[in-house]
Design a protein around this ligand. Structure first.
Ligand code: SF4
Ligand code: SF4
Length: 258
């Protein structure tokens, strides 16, 4: 599906990451790896072949000492809402946009590993899995039973911990409710962040924390000019970060990725 996906649904999930609170500790990355059954390779220094759904970028304002400023930008999948680039190019519909939740999913058993989506994603949020997962003896006890490990030869990405939504809905159903309350479905990275920098929830619920934060004066998205309407928003009081986020095309750059 490649157009605006508006349907009569009360849910559309999004995330707000407050960069003024983010210390770059990497807890979100570790929580994501653990929640989603990522295996750890022998040589994780080879970043060309490693898989990290939640990646933390370090950026600077490019000014010499003592005026140097540093910030950290956690980057999950943006769950692009409009003309979702990865969905548009997949030849086998292994990735799809769910109009009921706004979540961009990945069906691993359907993926043929052609990697068109990897090339199409403007946020580098997709990863090709080069190896079958291997867990040392005993480590399998730590696997999350709600998440399937991926096999070699498929493309992976952040799912907004979609399995957590299904679990929360099952619980609500047992309690006789059809709708989730704010905070019942949160992602592993949001739950683990020690500074509370990550907020997750239903953007269509005007009372949700995420819906309120999106309206903050400092809210912005990465590469907004592309028109993919990411559902991951950032907050920052620093104008140089906001300028970097739009890639500063046509304007003077004041910083860069470090
Ligand atoms: S960020 Fe990349 S992988 Fe995620 S929905 Fe957008 S194009 Fe697809
Ligand atoms: S939402 Fe879930 S899958 Fe996505 S980066 Fe956060 S922990 Fe990982």
């Amino acid at each position: 599906m490649s157009e605006h996906h508006e349907v009569a649904s009360k849910e559309k999930y999004g995330m707000v990451i407050d960069l003024d609170k983010c210390t770059g500790c990497g807890t979100c990355t570790v929580a994501c790896l653990s929640e989603n059954n990522h295996y750890v390779r022998e040589d994780e220094s080879d970043k060309l072949h490693s898989v990290t759904w939640m990646k933390v970028y370090k950026v600077t304002n490019g000014a010499p000492f003592p005026n140097t400023k540093v910030a950290f930008i956690p980057r999950p999948c943006m769950h692009c809402d409009h003309h979702t680039p990865c969905v548009s190019v997949c030849p086998v519909m292994a990735t799809d946009y769910n109009p009921l939740t706004g979540i961009v999913s990945q069906i691993y058993t359907r993926c043929i590993g052609c990697r068109y989506c990897v090339g199409a994603c403007p946020y580098h949020a997709r990863y090709f899995n080069w190896w079958d997962p291997v867990w040392p003896e005993g480590m399998h006890k730590l696997l999350n039973p709600d998440m399937s490990p991926r096999m070699r030869g498929v493309v992976e990405k952040c799912s907004f911990c979609n399995h957590r939504q299904q679990k929360a809905k099952d619980k609500a159903y047992v309690e006789g409710r059809k709708e989730l309350k704010d905070g019942e479905y949160v992602t592993a990275c949001a739950e683990a962040c020690p500074t509370g920098a990550i907020t997750f929830g239903n953007m269509k619920d005007p009372e949700s924390a995420v819906a309120k934060l999106i309206k903050s004066p400092g809210a912005f998205r990465l590469l907004e000019k592309l028109g993919t309407e990411p559902k991951v928003y950032y907050l920052s009081s620093e104008s140089w970060i906001r300028e970097l986020a739009d890639n500063a095309l046509g304007r003077k750059r004041t910083g860069g990725l470090a």
